[in-house]
Design a protein around this ligand. Structure first.
Ligand SMILES: Nc1nc2c(ncn2[C@@H]2O[C@H](COP(=O)(O)OP(=O)(O)O)[C@@H](O)[C@H]2O)c(=O)[nH]1
Ligand SMILES: [Mg+2]
Length: 221
């Protein structure tokens, strides 16, 4: 008898994810799954992104952490609706957790749903949440060797944000090494250099988000 538990868990997750994706697309709401190591700047990027998208593009946020409501407290005042999901021991969000969180959400009022996944460079790559696009962050202080070491996360990215570029010179960062690793792992996703501190790259990120919403949800400009 063959029992394949992992496969069945992933299949069940994928079915819920597909339903989430349809639910959101029907409301012209683009869902963005942000994934990276802890501390790479996901919440800080959202603190800049949500006000910059402004009234024209109202945002909702789901944020996953093992414990605390700290990120929801940071983002709550900026977004239309914010829900913190505590995974307790889980190293990633699941489609079911997202579905449960969306049950009370004012979906009709939103243009973007940002899902800040649990900080982890391995587990979140396995679990489709029902997002339309995956944004993977890599911060300069993590080092220039991480794309090669953790390829699965970067393989799946629709966009890769190199964050904290204000630290590039201070940390002797080898950007060519990152580009070389990416040429083997993912040539599809653009690499955006961003700094939430100086504002570098924020406009390119906002343009990318708006274009994805138009293109993926067939919204006429
Ligand atoms: N120098 C610099 N620090 C940043 C930048 N973005 C975030 N940080 C800092 O990095 C730390 C972790 O950021 P946070 O957004 O909480 O990371 P998260 O765990 O991925 O959500 C905080 O101390 C931020 O102030 C940046 O662009 N430049
Ligand atoms: Mg965070």
């Amino acid at each position: 008898m063959k029992i394949n538990v992992v496969e069945s868990v992933l299949k069940a997750n994928d079915a819920v994810a597909a339903a989430n994706r349809r639910l959101l697309a029907d409301r012209q709401l683009l869902a963005v799954n942000l994934m990276s190591a802890p501390g790479s700047g996901k919440t800080t990027l959202l603190e800049k992104t949500i006000p910059a998208l402004g009234g024209e593009y109202p945002c909702g946020v789901l944020v996953g952490d093992l414990q605390t409501t700290r990120d929801a407290e940071r983002l709550g005042p900026l977004a239309i609706e914010t829900t913190q999901i505590n995974t307790v021991t889980g190293c990633h969000l699941s489609a079911t957790q997202v579905a449960e969180a969306l049950a009370g959400f004012p979906l009709d009022d939103l243009a973007f749903l940002f899902i800040e996944n649990v900080g982890n460079m391995v587990c979140p790559a396995q679990f489709d949440l029902g997002e339309h696009v995956k944004a993977v962050l890599l911060s300069v202080p993590e080092g220039d060797d991480k794309v090669g070491k953790y390829p699965t996360l970067f393989q799946q990215a629709d966009v890769i944000l190199l964050t904290k570029t204000d630290l590039l010179d201070i940390l002797d960062y080898d950007l060519a090494r990152v580009r070389e690793d990416l040429s083997r792992v993912n040539t599809r996703a653009p690499l955006l250099q961003t700094s939430s501190k100086t504002g570098q790259g924020l406009d390119a990120w906002l343009d990318w988000l708006k274009e994805q919403r138009r293109a993926r949800l067939n919204i006429r400009a």
